[in-house]
Design a protein around this ligand. Structure first.
Ligand code: SF4
Length: 492
Protein backbone atom coordinates (compact mmCIF):
# COMPACT_ATOMS: atom_id res chain seq x y z
CA UNK A 1 0.00 0.00 0.00
CA UNK A 2 2.63 2.49 1.14
CA UNK A 3 4.71 1.83 -2.01
CA UNK A 4 2.07 2.52 -4.61
CA UNK A 5 0.17 5.38 -3.04
CA UNK A 6 2.64 8.11 -3.96
CA UNK A 7 2.71 6.76 -7.52
CA UNK A 8 -1.09 6.65 -7.54
CA UNK A 9 -1.22 10.22 -6.30
CA UNK A 10 1.15 11.50 -9.00
CA UNK A 11 -0.74 9.53 -11.65
CA UNK A 12 -4.03 11.02 -10.47
CA UNK A 13 -2.59 14.53 -10.65
CA UNK A 14 -1.29 13.93 -14.15
CA UNK A 15 -4.54 12.31 -15.26
CA UNK A 16 -6.35 15.43 -14.05
CA UNK A 17 -4.07 17.59 -16.16
CA UNK A 18 -2.64 19.18 -13.03
CA UNK A 19 0.99 19.87 -12.38
CA UNK A 20 2.11 18.55 -9.02
CA UNK A 21 3.89 21.80 -8.18
CA UNK A 22 4.89 20.55 -4.79
CA UNK A 23 6.38 22.65 -2.06
CA UNK A 24 8.66 20.21 -0.27
CA UNK A 25 8.74 22.00 3.07
CA UNK A 26 5.99 21.97 5.70
CA UNK A 27 3.28 24.36 4.56
CA UNK A 28 2.63 27.33 6.79
CA UNK A 29 -0.74 27.20 8.61
CA UNK A 30 -3.40 28.73 6.39
CA UNK A 31 -5.38 31.75 7.50
CA UNK A 32 -8.99 30.84 8.23
CA UNK A 33 -10.28 32.54 5.08
CA UNK A 34 -7.67 30.76 2.95
CA UNK A 35 -8.45 27.27 4.16
CA UNK A 36 -9.99 24.90 1.68
CA UNK A 37 -13.62 24.29 2.55
CA UNK A 38 -14.54 20.61 2.51
CA UNK A 39 -18.01 19.13 3.00
CA UNK A 40 -18.30 15.49 4.03
CA UNK A 41 -21.51 13.58 4.46
CA UNK A 42 -20.51 11.90 7.75
CA UNK A 43 -18.45 12.73 10.83
CA UNK A 44 -16.12 9.80 10.13
CA UNK A 45 -15.18 11.19 6.73
CA UNK A 46 -14.75 14.64 8.25
CA UNK A 47 -12.30 13.24 10.80
CA UNK A 48 -10.32 11.37 8.15
CA UNK A 49 -10.33 14.43 5.88
CA UNK A 50 -8.97 16.51 8.75
CA UNK A 51 -6.25 13.90 9.31
CA UNK A 52 -5.07 14.43 5.71
CA UNK A 53 -5.83 18.12 5.31
CA UNK A 54 -4.55 19.31 8.68
CA UNK A 55 -4.81 23.06 9.17
CA UNK A 56 -4.92 23.72 5.44
CA UNK A 57 -8.56 22.78 5.30
CA UNK A 58 -11.83 23.54 7.04
CA UNK A 59 -14.14 20.50 7.00
CA UNK A 60 -17.80 20.26 7.97
CA UNK A 61 -19.99 17.17 8.02
CA UNK A 62 -23.69 17.19 7.22
CA UNK A 63 -25.19 14.27 9.15
CA UNK A 64 -25.14 14.68 12.96
CA UNK A 65 -23.12 11.95 14.69
CA UNK A 66 -26.10 10.36 16.42
CA UNK A 67 -28.36 10.31 13.40
CA UNK A 68 -29.08 7.46 10.98
CA UNK A 69 -27.22 8.76 7.93
CA UNK A 70 -29.44 6.79 5.56
CA UNK A 71 -32.48 8.67 6.81
CA UNK A 72 -30.95 12.15 6.60
CA UNK A 73 -32.98 14.85 4.88
CA UNK A 74 -30.77 17.66 3.47
CA UNK A 75 -31.48 21.18 4.67
CA UNK A 76 -31.35 24.51 2.80
CA UNK A 77 -28.17 25.50 4.67
CA UNK A 78 -26.51 22.34 3.32
CA UNK A 79 -26.85 23.80 -0.19
CA UNK A 80 -25.09 26.94 1.03
CA UNK A 81 -22.30 24.83 2.52
CA UNK A 82 -21.76 23.18 -0.85
CA UNK A 83 -21.72 26.55 -2.59
CA UNK A 84 -18.72 27.50 -0.41
CA UNK A 85 -16.92 24.16 -0.75
CA UNK A 86 -14.12 23.11 -3.05
CA UNK A 87 -14.18 19.44 -2.14
CA UNK A 88 -16.92 17.01 -1.16
CA UNK A 89 -16.36 13.56 0.35
CA UNK A 90 -19.16 11.00 0.52
CA UNK A 91 -19.52 7.41 1.76
CA UNK A 92 -21.02 6.03 -1.46
CA UNK A 93 -22.24 2.42 -1.74
CA UNK A 94 -25.83 3.79 -1.67
CA UNK A 95 -25.38 4.92 1.96
CA UNK A 96 -25.80 8.65 1.36
CA UNK A 97 -27.99 8.61 -1.73
CA UNK A 98 -29.62 11.89 -0.64
CA UNK A 99 -26.30 13.60 -1.37
CA UNK A 100 -26.97 13.35 -5.12
CA UNK A 101 -30.07 15.52 -4.72
CA UNK A 102 -28.05 18.01 -2.74
CA UNK A 103 -25.33 18.17 -5.38
CA UNK A 104 -27.99 18.78 -8.02
CA UNK A 105 -29.51 21.57 -5.94
CA UNK A 106 -26.11 23.23 -5.48
CA UNK A 107 -25.42 23.01 -9.24
CA UNK A 108 -21.64 23.09 -8.73
CA UNK A 109 -20.24 21.19 -11.70
CA UNK A 110 -16.75 20.84 -10.22
CA UNK A 111 -18.21 19.11 -7.12
CA UNK A 112 -20.36 16.64 -9.06
CA UNK A 113 -19.46 13.10 -10.08
CA UNK A 114 -16.31 13.19 -12.21
CA UNK A 115 -15.49 16.74 -11.11
CA UNK A 116 -12.11 17.54 -9.50
CA UNK A 117 -13.78 18.32 -6.17
CA UNK A 118 -15.73 15.06 -5.88
CA UNK A 119 -14.50 12.15 -3.73
CA UNK A 120 -16.38 8.89 -3.30
CA UNK A 121 -14.52 7.39 -0.33
CA UNK A 122 -15.63 3.86 -1.21
CA UNK A 123 -13.22 3.85 -4.15
CA UNK A 124 -10.84 0.92 -3.71
CA UNK A 125 -12.88 -0.68 -0.90
CA UNK A 126 -13.82 -4.34 -1.34
CA UNK A 127 -17.51 -4.27 -0.33
CA UNK A 128 -18.97 -7.03 1.82
CA UNK A 129 -22.48 -8.49 1.50
CA UNK A 130 -23.01 -7.51 -2.11
CA UNK A 131 -26.46 -8.76 -3.13
CA UNK A 132 -26.96 -10.59 -6.41
CA UNK A 133 -30.74 -10.09 -6.41
CA UNK A 134 -33.07 -7.16 -6.88
CA UNK A 135 -33.91 -5.02 -3.85
CA UNK A 136 -37.64 -4.88 -3.14
CA UNK A 137 -39.81 -2.44 -1.17
CA UNK A 138 -39.82 -4.78 1.86
CA UNK A 139 -36.05 -4.95 2.07
CA UNK A 140 -35.66 -2.00 4.40
CA UNK A 141 -32.21 -0.45 4.13
CA UNK A 142 -30.85 -3.28 1.99
CA UNK A 143 -27.93 -2.20 -0.18
CA UNK A 144 -27.43 -3.74 -3.58
CA UNK A 145 -23.94 -2.25 -3.67
CA UNK A 146 -22.87 -4.05 -0.51
CA UNK A 147 -22.86 -3.21 3.16
CA UNK A 148 -21.80 0.44 3.35
CA UNK A 149 -20.26 0.56 6.86
CA UNK A 150 -16.76 0.01 5.52
CA UNK A 151 -15.12 2.76 7.62
CA UNK A 152 -15.62 0.50 10.66
CA UNK A 153 -12.70 -1.61 9.49
CA UNK A 154 -9.82 0.65 10.55
CA UNK A 155 -7.63 -0.88 7.86
CA UNK A 156 -9.99 0.61 5.26
CA UNK A 157 -8.98 4.08 6.49
CA UNK A 158 -5.83 3.61 4.40
CA UNK A 159 -7.96 3.49 1.24
CA UNK A 160 -10.31 6.22 2.37
CA UNK A 161 -7.48 8.62 3.17
CA UNK A 162 -5.81 7.73 -0.16
CA UNK A 163 -8.97 8.87 -1.99
CA UNK A 164 -9.13 12.05 0.12
CA UNK A 165 -5.45 12.73 -0.53
CA UNK A 166 -6.01 12.39 -4.27
CA UNK A 167 -8.97 14.79 -4.08
CA UNK A 168 -7.06 17.42 -2.09
CA UNK A 169 -4.07 17.11 -4.42
CA UNK A 170 -6.31 17.70 -7.43
CA UNK A 171 -7.73 20.95 -6.12
CA UNK A 172 -4.65 22.15 -4.21
CA UNK A 173 -1.56 20.71 -5.91
CA UNK A 174 0.74 23.28 -4.32
CA UNK A 175 0.24 21.60 -0.94
CA UNK A 176 0.14 18.03 -2.16
CA UNK A 177 3.29 16.97 -0.33
CA UNK A 178 1.95 18.34 2.94
CA UNK A 179 -1.23 16.33 2.50
CA UNK A 180 0.85 13.27 1.66
CA UNK A 181 3.00 13.75 4.78
CA UNK A 182 -0.11 14.22 6.94
CA UNK A 183 -1.59 11.05 5.58
CA UNK A 184 1.60 9.04 6.07
CA UNK A 185 1.77 10.18 9.69
CA UNK A 186 -1.88 9.22 10.22
CA UNK A 187 -1.46 5.80 8.60
CA UNK A 188 1.59 5.11 10.81
CA UNK A 189 -0.41 6.00 13.94
CA UNK A 190 -3.28 3.86 12.72
CA UNK A 191 -1.02 0.85 12.08
CA UNK A 192 0.38 0.99 15.62
CA UNK A 193 -3.13 1.28 17.07
CA UNK A 194 -4.47 -1.51 14.90
CA UNK A 195 -1.86 -3.95 16.22
CA UNK A 196 -2.82 -2.97 19.78
CA UNK A 197 -6.56 -3.32 19.06
CA UNK A 198 -6.11 -6.76 17.51
CA UNK A 199 -4.34 -7.93 20.66
CA UNK A 200 -7.05 -6.48 22.91
CA UNK A 201 -9.86 -8.10 20.94
CA UNK A 202 -8.14 -11.48 20.51
CA UNK A 203 -10.00 -12.99 23.52
CA UNK A 204 -13.31 -12.22 21.77
CA UNK A 205 -12.37 -13.99 18.54
CA UNK A 206 -15.17 -16.22 17.25
CA UNK A 207 -17.27 -15.31 20.29
CA UNK A 208 -20.89 -14.87 19.13
CA UNK A 209 -22.43 -11.41 19.51
CA UNK A 210 -25.84 -9.97 18.71
CA UNK A 211 -26.44 -6.45 17.38
CA UNK A 212 -29.52 -4.39 16.66
CA UNK A 213 -28.52 -3.28 13.14
CA UNK A 214 -26.04 -4.87 10.77
CA UNK A 215 -23.45 -2.09 10.91
CA UNK A 216 -20.57 -4.34 11.89
CA UNK A 217 -19.46 -6.78 9.15
CA UNK A 218 -16.24 -4.88 8.39
CA UNK A 219 -15.43 -4.42 12.08
CA UNK A 220 -16.19 -8.11 12.67
CA UNK A 221 -14.04 -9.29 9.77
CA UNK A 222 -11.04 -7.22 10.86
CA UNK A 223 -11.15 -8.45 14.46
CA UNK A 224 -12.51 -11.96 13.75
CA UNK A 225 -15.74 -11.39 15.66
CA UNK A 226 -18.89 -13.36 15.00
CA UNK A 227 -22.21 -11.46 14.84
CA UNK A 228 -24.63 -14.37 15.18
CA UNK A 229 -27.81 -12.41 14.41
CA UNK A 230 -29.49 -9.01 14.43
CA UNK A 231 -32.59 -7.73 16.14
CA UNK A 232 -33.79 -6.04 12.99
CA UNK A 233 -35.59 -8.56 10.79
CA UNK A 234 -34.10 -6.83 7.78
CA UNK A 235 -31.99 -3.75 7.68
CA UNK A 236 -34.22 -0.91 8.95
CA UNK A 237 -37.15 -3.24 9.84
CA UNK A 238 -37.74 -3.51 13.64
CA UNK A 239 -38.12 -6.89 15.37
CA UNK A 240 -41.39 -8.72 15.97
CA UNK A 241 -42.07 -10.70 19.19
CA UNK A 242 -41.45 -14.00 17.38
CA UNK A 243 -38.14 -12.73 16.01
CA UNK A 244 -37.10 -11.69 19.54
CA UNK A 245 -38.00 -15.17 20.82
CA UNK A 246 -35.78 -16.67 18.10
CA UNK A 247 -32.94 -14.31 19.08
CA UNK A 248 -33.21 -15.38 22.73
CA UNK A 249 -33.10 -19.01 21.64
CA UNK A 250 -30.01 -18.34 19.49
CA UNK A 251 -28.31 -16.51 22.35
CA UNK A 252 -28.92 -19.38 24.75
CA UNK A 253 -27.84 -22.02 22.26
CA UNK A 254 -24.69 -20.22 21.21
CA UNK A 255 -23.78 -18.68 24.55
CA UNK A 256 -24.00 -15.06 23.40
CA UNK A 257 -22.99 -12.78 26.27
CA UNK A 258 -22.70 -9.37 24.56
CA UNK A 259 -25.43 -7.51 22.67
CA UNK A 260 -24.46 -4.41 20.73
CA UNK A 261 -26.51 -1.24 20.43
CA UNK A 262 -25.71 2.02 18.70
CA UNK A 263 -26.63 5.13 20.72
CA UNK A 264 -29.49 6.15 18.39
CA UNK A 265 -31.07 2.68 18.31
CA UNK A 266 -34.07 1.79 20.50
CA UNK A 267 -33.06 0.43 23.92
CA UNK A 268 -36.11 -1.58 24.84
CA UNK A 269 -35.78 -4.72 22.69
CA UNK A 270 -32.05 -5.13 23.26
CA UNK A 271 -32.48 -4.67 27.01
CA UNK A 272 -35.23 -7.30 26.89
CA UNK A 273 -33.08 -9.99 25.24
CA UNK A 274 -30.10 -9.08 27.46
CA UNK A 275 -32.14 -9.46 30.64
CA UNK A 276 -33.59 -12.77 29.44
CA UNK A 277 -30.17 -14.25 28.66
CA UNK A 278 -27.80 -12.64 31.17
CA UNK A 279 -25.87 -10.87 28.41
CA UNK A 280 -24.41 -7.41 28.83
CA UNK A 281 -25.31 -4.49 26.56
CA UNK A 282 -22.34 -2.79 24.89
CA UNK A 283 -23.17 0.60 23.39
CA UNK A 284 -20.89 1.09 20.39
CA UNK A 285 -20.53 4.16 18.23
CA UNK A 286 -20.68 3.54 14.49
CA UNK A 287 -19.71 7.17 13.84
CA UNK A 288 -17.25 9.67 15.21
CA UNK A 289 -18.94 11.76 17.90
CA UNK A 290 -21.82 9.34 18.54
CA UNK A 291 -20.54 8.67 22.08
CA UNK A 292 -18.51 10.78 24.51
CA UNK A 293 -14.78 10.36 23.90
CA UNK A 294 -15.24 9.50 20.22
CA UNK A 295 -14.15 12.88 18.90
CA UNK A 296 -12.00 11.52 16.11
CA UNK A 297 -11.53 8.38 14.06
CA UNK A 298 -8.94 6.71 16.31
CA UNK A 299 -10.78 7.46 19.54
CA UNK A 300 -13.93 5.96 17.99
CA UNK A 301 -12.23 2.56 18.04
CA UNK A 302 -10.57 3.12 21.42
CA UNK A 303 -13.95 3.77 23.00
CA UNK A 304 -15.70 0.92 21.21
CA UNK A 305 -13.03 -1.57 22.26
CA UNK A 306 -13.43 -0.44 25.84
CA UNK A 307 -17.17 -1.02 25.60
CA UNK A 308 -16.84 -4.66 24.51
CA UNK A 309 -13.80 -5.68 26.53
CA UNK A 310 -14.30 -3.96 29.88
CA UNK A 311 -16.56 -6.27 31.88
CA UNK A 312 -16.17 -6.41 35.65
CA UNK A 313 -17.59 -8.35 38.56
CA UNK A 314 -19.34 -5.17 39.72
CA UNK A 315 -21.03 -4.73 36.34
CA UNK A 316 -22.05 -8.39 36.19
CA UNK A 317 -23.55 -8.18 39.68
CA UNK A 318 -25.36 -5.00 38.65
CA UNK A 319 -26.74 -6.74 35.53
CA UNK A 320 -27.90 -9.66 37.68
CA UNK A 321 -29.84 -7.24 39.89
CA UNK A 322 -32.70 -8.71 41.89
CA UNK A 323 -32.78 -11.55 39.41
CA UNK A 324 -36.16 -13.08 38.54
CA UNK A 325 -34.96 -14.90 35.42
CA UNK A 326 -35.73 -18.43 36.63
CA UNK A 327 -38.08 -20.08 39.12
CA UNK A 328 -35.41 -20.29 41.85
CA UNK A 329 -35.97 -16.60 42.58
CA UNK A 330 -39.20 -17.46 44.40
CA UNK A 331 -37.55 -19.73 47.00
CA UNK A 332 -34.17 -18.10 47.63
CA UNK A 333 -33.26 -15.87 50.54
CA UNK A 334 -30.15 -14.35 49.00
CA UNK A 335 -28.46 -14.41 45.62
CA UNK A 336 -25.02 -15.96 46.14
CA UNK A 337 -22.91 -14.22 43.54
CA UNK A 338 -19.39 -15.27 44.54
CA UNK A 339 -16.57 -14.05 46.74
CA UNK A 340 -12.82 -13.65 46.76
CA UNK A 341 -10.15 -11.94 44.73
CA UNK A 342 -11.35 -10.25 41.51
CA UNK A 343 -7.87 -10.84 40.03
CA UNK A 344 -7.50 -14.40 41.32
CA UNK A 345 -5.17 -16.79 39.53
CA UNK A 346 -7.33 -19.70 40.70
CA UNK A 347 -11.14 -19.88 40.60
CA UNK A 348 -13.25 -22.64 42.16
CA UNK A 349 -16.68 -23.24 40.62
CA UNK A 350 -19.24 -25.26 42.53
CA UNK A 351 -22.80 -26.27 41.76
CA UNK A 352 -25.29 -24.13 43.71
CA UNK A 353 -25.74 -22.53 47.13
CA UNK A 354 -26.96 -24.70 50.01
CA UNK A 355 -28.96 -23.66 53.08
CA UNK A 356 -26.07 -21.90 54.86
CA UNK A 357 -25.02 -20.07 51.71
CA UNK A 358 -28.61 -19.04 50.97
CA UNK A 359 -28.94 -17.65 54.50
CA UNK A 360 -25.67 -15.68 54.39
CA UNK A 361 -25.44 -14.78 50.67
CA UNK A 362 -21.89 -16.20 50.52
CA UNK A 363 -20.58 -19.28 48.70
CA UNK A 364 -19.23 -22.37 50.46
CA UNK A 365 -19.78 -21.36 54.09
CA UNK A 366 -21.41 -24.57 55.41
CA UNK A 367 -19.69 -27.86 56.20
CA UNK A 368 -18.65 -28.39 52.60
CA UNK A 369 -17.33 -24.86 52.56
CA UNK A 370 -15.17 -25.49 55.62
CA UNK A 371 -13.70 -28.49 53.85
CA UNK A 372 -13.05 -26.37 50.76
CA UNK A 373 -11.18 -23.86 52.94
CA UNK A 374 -8.91 -26.69 54.14
CA UNK A 375 -8.40 -27.85 50.53
CA UNK A 376 -7.39 -24.32 49.50
CA UNK A 377 -5.03 -23.98 52.44
CA UNK A 378 -3.47 -27.35 51.60
CA UNK A 379 -1.86 -25.68 48.58
CA UNK A 380 -0.67 -22.68 50.60
CA UNK A 381 -3.44 -20.31 49.48
CA UNK A 382 -6.23 -18.54 51.35
CA UNK A 383 -9.86 -17.95 50.43
CA UNK A 384 -9.02 -14.25 49.99
CA UNK A 385 -6.49 -15.13 47.29
CA UNK A 386 -8.82 -17.27 45.18
CA UNK A 387 -12.33 -16.66 43.84
CA UNK A 388 -15.24 -18.98 44.67
CA UNK A 389 -18.59 -19.10 42.90
CA UNK A 390 -21.27 -21.47 41.64
CA UNK A 391 -22.92 -22.33 38.35
CA UNK A 392 -26.26 -21.03 39.62
CA UNK A 393 -26.67 -18.24 42.11
CA UNK A 394 -29.83 -19.27 43.99
CA UNK A 395 -30.45 -22.31 46.16
CA UNK A 396 -32.57 -25.07 44.58
CA UNK A 397 -35.28 -26.30 47.02
CA UNK A 398 -34.04 -29.11 49.27
CA UNK A 399 -30.61 -28.84 47.65
CA UNK A 400 -31.80 -30.75 44.59
CA UNK A 401 -29.59 -30.84 41.47
CA UNK A 402 -30.11 -27.68 39.36
CA UNK A 403 -32.47 -28.21 36.44
CA UNK A 404 -31.50 -27.76 32.83
CA UNK A 405 -33.42 -24.51 32.32
CA UNK A 406 -32.00 -23.04 35.53
CA UNK A 407 -28.44 -23.78 34.44
CA UNK A 408 -29.10 -22.41 30.95
CA UNK A 409 -30.51 -19.18 32.39
CA UNK A 410 -27.92 -18.56 35.09
CA UNK A 411 -24.67 -19.88 33.59
CA UNK A 412 -24.04 -16.87 31.27
CA UNK A 413 -23.28 -14.89 34.43
CA UNK A 414 -20.72 -17.52 35.44
CA UNK A 415 -19.11 -17.31 31.99
CA UNK A 416 -18.88 -13.54 32.34
CA UNK A 417 -17.41 -13.88 35.84
CA UNK A 418 -14.70 -16.20 34.53
CA UNK A 419 -13.89 -13.84 31.69
CA UNK A 420 -13.83 -10.78 33.92
CA UNK A 421 -11.46 -12.48 36.38
CA UNK A 422 -9.42 -14.19 33.64
CA UNK A 423 -7.76 -16.70 36.00
CA UNK A 424 -4.86 -18.96 35.10
CA UNK A 425 -6.59 -22.03 36.52
CA UNK A 426 -10.24 -22.98 36.96
CA UNK A 427 -11.13 -25.86 39.25
CA UNK A 428 -14.60 -27.31 38.70
CA UNK A 429 -16.00 -28.86 41.86
CA UNK A 430 -18.40 -31.60 40.81
CA UNK A 431 -20.42 -32.56 37.78
CA UNK A 432 -22.64 -29.49 37.38
CA UNK A 433 -19.70 -27.12 37.04
CA UNK A 434 -17.71 -29.44 34.78
CA UNK A 435 -20.63 -30.30 32.50
CA UNK A 436 -21.79 -26.68 32.22
CA UNK A 437 -18.42 -25.11 31.46
CA UNK A 438 -17.08 -27.89 29.24
CA UNK A 439 -20.48 -28.60 27.62
CA UNK A 440 -20.02 -32.32 28.24
CA UNK A 441 -22.10 -35.15 29.72
CA UNK A 442 -19.07 -36.97 31.11
CA UNK A 443 -18.91 -37.86 34.79
CA UNK A 444 -16.37 -36.36 37.19
CA UNK A 445 -14.67 -39.76 37.49
CA UNK A 446 -14.13 -39.78 33.72
CA UNK A 447 -12.78 -36.27 33.20
CA UNK A 448 -11.00 -35.45 36.48
CA UNK A 449 -7.26 -35.39 36.96
CA UNK A 450 -6.07 -33.69 33.77
CA UNK A 451 -5.97 -30.10 32.56
CA UNK A 452 -8.09 -28.92 29.66
CA UNK A 453 -7.99 -25.60 27.84
CA UNK A 454 -10.80 -23.16 28.50
CA UNK A 455 -10.60 -19.72 26.85
CA UNK A 456 -6.97 -19.14 27.70
CA UNK A 457 -7.12 -20.80 31.15
CA UNK A 458 -6.30 -24.33 32.29
CA UNK A 459 -9.32 -26.12 33.69
CA UNK A 460 -9.31 -29.16 35.95
CA UNK A 461 -12.27 -31.10 37.36
CA UNK A 462 -12.36 -32.69 40.78
CA UNK A 463 -14.92 -33.91 43.31
CA UNK A 464 -17.22 -31.51 45.15
CA UNK A 465 -16.45 -31.10 48.88
CA UNK A 466 -20.01 -32.21 49.68
CA UNK A 467 -19.24 -35.49 47.89
CA UNK A 468 -16.07 -35.85 49.99
CA UNK A 469 -18.12 -35.50 53.17
CA UNK A 470 -20.13 -38.53 52.03
CA UNK A 471 -17.18 -40.37 50.47
CA UNK A 472 -14.00 -39.61 52.48
CA UNK A 473 -11.97 -42.12 50.42
CA UNK A 474 -12.16 -39.69 47.48
CA UNK A 475 -10.09 -37.13 49.41
CA UNK A 476 -6.91 -38.85 48.21
CA UNK A 477 -7.65 -38.16 44.51
CA UNK A 478 -8.70 -34.58 45.29
CA UNK A 479 -5.36 -34.10 47.03
CA UNK A 480 -3.65 -35.37 43.84
CA UNK A 481 -5.63 -32.83 41.79
CA UNK A 482 -4.68 -30.02 44.19
CA UNK A 483 -1.01 -30.92 43.86
CA UNK A 484 -1.40 -30.65 40.07
CA UNK A 485 -2.95 -27.19 40.44
CA UNK A 486 -0.18 -26.02 42.79
CA UNK A 487 2.54 -27.29 40.44
CA UNK A 488 0.92 -25.51 37.49
CA UNK A 489 0.46 -22.23 39.37
CA UNK A 490 4.07 -22.38 40.58
CA UNK A 491 5.25 -22.95 37.02
CA UNK A 492 3.21 -20.11 35.45
S1 SF4 B 1 -30.59 -18.94 39.77
FE1 SF4 B 1 -29.63 -17.37 38.53
S2 SF4 B 1 -31.08 -17.01 36.87
FE2 SF4 B 1 -32.21 -18.07 38.49
S3 SF4 B 1 -33.11 -16.43 39.69
FE3 SF4 B 1 -31.16 -16.96 40.64
S4 SF4 B 1 -29.69 -15.55 39.79
FE4 SF4 B 1 -31.50 -15.51 38.47
Amino acid sequence: MAMWLPRLFVALCLASGLSPGFSFGQAAPARAQDRIRVVTTTTDLRSLTEAVGGDLIDAVSLVPANFDAEEYQPKPQDVLRLKNARLVVRVGLDYDLWFDRLLEAAAMRELGRGGPGYVDASLGIAPLEVRGVAIGPGDGHAHGSGNPHYWLDPKNAEFITASILAGLARIDPANAMTYEANRQAFVARLAAKLAEWETRLAPLRSMPLIAYHNSWPYFARRFRLDFADFLEIKSGVPPTPSHLAGIIQTMRTRGVRIVVREPHEPERDLAFVAVKTGASVAVLAASVGALPDTGDYLSLFETNLGQVTDDSLEKIREDLGDCQRCKLCSTRTHIVFGSGNAQARLVFVGEAPGADEDAQGLPFVGRAGQLLTKIIESISLTRQEVYICNVIKCRPPNNRFPEKDEIATCSPFLVRQLEAISPKVICCLGAAAAQTILKTKSSVGWIRGRFQDYRGAKLIVTYHPAYLLRNPDAKRVVWEDMKRIKALLDAL
